[in-house]
Design a protein around this ligand. Sequence first.
Ligand code: SF4
Length: 398
Amino acid sequence: MVLSLLQKLYRENQLNSEELLFLLTHMDAADRGKLYELSHRTALRVFGRNVYLRALIEFSNVCRRNCRYCGIRAQNSGVSRYRMTPQEIIDCCGRAYALGFRTFVLQSGEDPWFTERRVTELVASIRRRFPDAAITLSIGERSTSEYEAFFEAGADRFLMRHETASPWLYKELHPDMTMENRRRCLQDLKRIGYQVGAGFMVGLPGQRPEDLVNDLLFLKDFEPDMVGIGPFIPHSQTPLASSTGGTLEDSLVMVAVTRLLLPECLLPATTALGTLHPIGREKALAAGANVLMPNVSPVEVRPKYQLYENKICVDEDFEHCQSCLRWRIESVDLDVDMSRGDSPASRHLFKSPHEIQGLHAGSKFTQGSEEHATNAVSAAGVSEAGQSSTGAGARYLP
Ligand code: SF4
């Protein structure tokens, strides 16, 4: 029964909820091996041997939210808060660009200092300086008009995990958020034209196989361009400190099943998998993942951005990080791809670098001189620094 379900999933890229539940609850080690073989084969068919590298810039660990699993939640007074200035973020993009990266992922907590104006000016400046690079935002829930403004300024992609598709679990984990708004955000992003990333955690307290089936069915229905899947890893300074956490094996199964449900999605081998196991990311690449996101944030801020503890790659400079990842990718017989790596579903929008540049050419944020854009961003970083709610300036907060 399990093998026939695996074959059906491989051939048809879908299973119903009963079939998915049966699969998740009846696979033995041999079945999982078969699953990984089929998911890897699918990734090779769609993407070839290419593994896309994205430059991850964690530019602020300030967050107004209190997700119960998260180490940088607002109520964790043990976190040393920081916020990079717009100019520092742009400089970071420049270093990543020089190393060959053509996707910048700008990630932060939900930091109110980064207003609509500041984010649009930042995105426009990056777009102007690096017209052939993709700009991905991962900055949480915003209004529809803000998402529209960021897109108009030049952002191409937006990552926002749905976290869990089960209403009871979502409510349990997110005291000051609603699943309705999360979904509104994801729908907005898709409608506006972003390449959208969703995703979820595996091994959350109380999470049942039925909840994971909900996640898989949500993804199949929503059809995101990217899917981030990672194990839940407890953080000692959160309300979930004493929870058990997710396993590597369960996470790999979800990566592999997602690859078979959504053959064209971009699927990162997440850092959390590398934290659970020394070759967790390689195992994910061999199970259908095809993206790695090395951290290119300044080394001094990296230890402060810990959604979970014992995160790997916080000390290495990113030249070292890049060569380490290259070695890891080649160890599983795959190849590094430094190109933008757009979602296959969106490739019709991006036929050439020239057209990519043209996409945002009419934006009010990308018109005018580069000097003007840069000055606008720098001014935002400096003049507003003293207005931070912490009163501590733009850079490193107490
Ligand atoms: S998971 Fe994101 S939104 Fe939630 S507290 Fe952490 S950084 Fe903030």
